[in-house]
Write a protein that binds this ligand. Structure first.
Ligand SMILES: Cc1ncc(COP(=O)(O)O)c(C=O)c1O
Length: 444
């Protein structure tokens, strides 16, 4: 018997009422009791005019004395997101359980609706707290059999490498790494695709890559990789296909592409970087077919799962797994809707164009400076908003400290070798790019 809604047992009975937070299907969103929090007018935030980038910047509460080229690392959300968080928090603080019961189903549906508009296409969302949580749950939960292999690269972040290492420790799967390019500044699409494909063996079941490398700023040609893998998968049984899993965090909110354009099986991202969403939010998007290869590690709090636990139904076997259960920081999670709505209002294409335009100007300025070596490619086809460079005679950490004294916030890449890294995003202006170039000139 299919377990439906509250008909057989009330979740309120079960857990004092908690989440319906399922994997959220994109499209086909249930109607919900819409009570959107109003964007605050406090602090003189003007109405959002997507054509006016200075006006857009005014929606952020970032310290105006500093040019924030590190804003993507950990988001400072725009006014509408801050207002939503504040509104939900106030109501949760007044009467937590009542507000939770009144909102949990509707708010997830609202998030789904805005996320679907942003991502495009179809598929299922799995809500998490961060990219790292998504990667850990995904690589911990994909079904692998003895002898199966995972292919990843030398360029991925700690979160991918460690999730895979921990998986291998548990059940002995073999994880192999390939190098995709020798010189990041000269990285090319054909070179990258060929190097990755050469690493795929008949035993490869997961290909774990990162869309935009936070080590170098190189953007991988995910579409071309997906096309090459589709060729290799053509004659494989569904359970033997190599799934393309992407840590998308530095492309998500910065590049004009969603799962449909990328062609990947899973896209994992935090929403608290380039999307400028609430801190502590993230997602895993997966195609319906790909989710069939996943077994959750954290129990979901949906009706079917809890009902099955109570002996009322068959449980969620065979369907897309609902998001991890447990009570969450719902004031942050529910404000994800406003984060997606903000980007939808600005336009995914316009945000990407602005990000790329500022990055191009920054790279052009840095390339002129003696003593500066650009690490990130100049070509927008293989880069996004991250710009990495090396300064002769200065460590990245020392450069970050010195730039900060000039009002430029940058970061040092957490890799070996480490580089100076600036991210151009919608919170920056062309004048700030000029200031950043001038400040680096003073160091070089
Ligand atoms: C490529 C990449 N993936 C994941 C992360 C971690 O993201 P989160 O804070 O969302 O876990 C980072 C850096 O913070 C990163 O550079």
């Amino acid at each position: 018997m299919a377990w439906t809604g509250e008909t057989a047992v009330s979740r309120r009975l079960v857990l004092g009422a908690t989440a319906a937070a399922g994997a959220v299907a994109l499209g086909g969103v249930a109607a919900c009791d819409d009570d959107p929090p109003k964007p605050t007018e406090r602090g003189g935030v003007p109405p959002l005019d997507p054509q006016d980038w200075d006006g857009v910047r005014a929606h952020f509460a970032l310290d105006p004395a500093v040019a924030h080229f590190d804003a993507f690392v950990f988001a400072s959300p725009p006014a509408a997101v801050r207002a939503a968080i504040e509104n939900h928090r106030t109501q949760l603080d007044r009467d937590p359980l009542t507000y939770l019961h009144a909102n949990e189903v509707a708010r997830d549906a609202q998030i789904t609706q805005e996320a679907a508009r942003y991502l495009g296409g179809s598929g299922e969302l799995y809500l998490t707290d961060s990219t790292t949580m998504g990667l850990g749950l995904l690589y911990g939960g994909l079904v692998l059999r003895p002898g199966d292999e995972v292919l990843t690269t030398e360029h991925d972040f700690y979160s991918t490498h460690e999730s895979l290492r921990l998986r291998a420790l548990r059940d002995g799967v073999k994880v192999r790494r390939v190098r995709l390019y020798q010189d990041p500044a000269a990285a090319g699409i054909d070179e990258i695709v060929a190097a990755l494909v050469a690493g795929v063996t008949p035993k490869t079941r997961i290909v774990a890559v990162t869309w935009v490398h936070s080590s170098t700023g190189v953007r991988l040609p995910i579409r071309e990789i997906a096309t090459a893998l589709a060729g290799l998968n053509r004659d494989r049984a569904p359970q033997d296909r190599a799934l393309l899993c992407v840590d998308g965090v530095h492309g998500f909110g910065a590049v004009d592409a969603g799962p449909a354009e990328l062609g990947c099986d899973f896209l994992v991202s935090g929403c608290h970087k380039w999307l400028f969403g609430p801190r502590g939010t993230g997602m895993v998007w997966g195609s319906e077919a790909a989710w069939q290869r996943f077994q959750p590690v954290i129990p979901p709090f949906d009706n079917a799962s809890i009902g099955a636990w109570l002996g009322f139904g068959p449980g969620p076997a065979g369907r897309v797994p609902p998001s991890p259960g447990g009570y969450h920081a719902f004031e942050h999670r529910w404000a994800l809707r406003e984060a997606f709505a903000f980007h939808n209002a600005l336009g995914r294409d316009r945000v990407a164009a602005r990000t790329a335009q500022l990055a191009a100007a920054l790279k052009a300025g840095l390339a002129e400076l003696p003593g500066v070596r650009l690490i990130t490619p100049r070509s927008p086809r293989v880069s996004a908003g991250l710009v990495c460079c090396e300064l002769a005679g200065t460590t990245p950490e020392a450069a970050v400290r010195a730039l900060r004294t000039s009002g430029i916030a940058a970061s040092a890449t957490p890799y070996n070798p480490s580089y100076l890294r600036l991210g151009t995003s919608i919170v920056n202006s062309p004048a700030e790019v000029d200031r950043a170039v001038a400040a680096v000139r003073a160091l070089s």
